[in-house]
Design a protein. Structure first.
Length: 87
């Protein structure tokens, strides 16, 4: 289903970081995040496979947290690529 929505900056940053880290589209990243949120409501609070970060987004144990610095580096690399070799 095609739908246009306005995302808050922090939500977009998380979705974009997930998309880049998983090499998926931003739409698929948003789908995954929404599904995790829906499933998270039914998960036991003492689930040992997941931990909650200060942002309250669930993360997988042993996985590296994507920071705003990581996202800034991705943005800079994309800007460089968009500028092309002649710039």
């Amino acid at each position: 289903m095609r739908l246009s929505v306005r995302l808050d900056d922090d939500v977009y940053t998380v979705a974009l970081a997930l998309a880049h880290s998983e090499r998926i589209s931003i739409a698929e990243a948003i789908n995954r995040l929404v599904r995790r949120g829906v499933q998270g409501r039914s998960l036991n609070a003492h689930d040992t496979h997941r931990k909650r970060t200060p942002s309250r987004f669930p993360t997988s144990a042993g996985k590296r947290l994507i920071t705003s610095r990581d996202v800034a580096q991705i943005d800079a690399a994309e800007d460089e690529q968009a500028a092309g070799p002649d710039q």
